[in-house]
Design a protein around this ligand. Sequence first.
Ligand code: PYC
Length: 337
Amino acid sequence: MLAYVYFRNMRQAGHEIRITVMDSHTAGEPTRVVLAGGPELGAGSMAVRKERFRRQFDHYRQALIHEPRGHDALVGALLCPPEDPASAAGVIFFNNAGYLGMCGHGAIGVAATLHALKRISPGKFQLETPAGVIQCEQHAHGETTIANVASYRYRQAVKVTVPGRGVITGDIAWGGNWFFLVEEHGLKLEFGNLPALTAFACDLRQALASRGITGANGEEIDHMELTGPSRTASARNFVLCPGLAYDRSPCGTGTSAKLACLHADGKLKPGEIWRQESIIGSQFSARYEIADPPGYVRPLITGTAHITSQAEMILQPGDPFRWGIAGPDHGQFQPNF
Ligand code: PYC
């Protein structure tokens, strides 16, 4: 408790903090890359540094992602010095609800950012993430391909009773995050249907959690993926991310989970192109290679990110929302009217 009060006072009494970021969107889904002024996480793997970020510096996540500087759909990416000098960068992904082991659209956003800053040139490079090392290629015309972490279907045709909605059947798959993929949801996968899709996916996630249905090692299934046909691609999806925001992009890790299921069902061969469309109509091109151990695939996801801004976030002492709405100082706010 004393330590908490000490750190809280330090934050309140502190000086102005400036954090330099570059924002982009990948197929519509935003990424905010922290270039300078973020927390110093020290040495260790990205998984170790992610835990340090979570335990000691979560107020930075809240300041960068929550309103008034951010919003619920935003994914943050803190650039870190890599462990292996051969890597272009280490990166830790975070969002409004917490931290992500891996983020496909985010990795493409990081690649576009490093390219815009001339820290990489077209060609191959690697990124270190908490979920492992990601091989990437920046193409001359602006697209990026990422070879995601090995992905697999963990359980097939899992049935869950969702209060008010009956029994829903889906597959549990790993694509760098845990996904529950549902084909028989009875909903129109259309942009105009976002409130109904979000409500369904929230109920489903809640039902999975309350029935103790998890990924491997009891890990929470925090991404819901509703899939269906597309007029212009192989398939369309709606992905609910942790929290209440949906993925504007086709979701790199969600597309990876889908490829793992298609492979497990014998519906897509290695190297065959799968075009995944998002709920806003943007697309990724995807394929996979066989990976180890048996049943695993290595997804290759290609997409394009565009830079939208470069900015300096300013955190002034005395600002009751300096660490974001619902951030650590929020309770201190005294309306002055
Ligand atoms: O592209 O993997 C992804 C992703 C995860 C959450 C938001 N986007």
